[in-house]
Design a protein. Sequence first.
Length: 160
Amino acid sequence: MRKSAPEVTKKKKVVCQNRKAAHEYFIEEVYEAGMVLLGPEVKSLRDGRASLADSYARVKRGAVFLHNMHISPYPYAHHVEIDPTRTRKLLLNKKEIKRLTGKTEQKGYSLVPLKVFFSGGWAKVDLALVKGKRKVDKRHAIKERDMKREMERAKKKGEY
């Protein structure tokens, strides 16, 4: 489901976030996708034992896959041996997959997960269509943020 504005939805429990994404990329669109997981992986996610560092998504053969997302093994699941960084399938509509396929084939666009959360008992991921920032863009964003912070401080002190 494509999001454009903040929506009032079911209660969300955020498991992990990719905080670097906003600094490294221009976020064009955000999609909410379900994840295909095994039982012990769901239990580890509920414990908050996951990381999105260096993870990305790719469209392959009409499906979207999440690569390099680390979910720590569940300590009480001794009967199942699961690779913590295995490739996981994401669940999206065909129309969304076609749109993402077309966009990611353009130069400079890629898919990056922003956060993993539980919504209504289901594990989901916010997947962003992003375009990379150059060093100049990153410096400009930092400069704007600092100026905004200074303005807020001046307003609080009454120097405005």
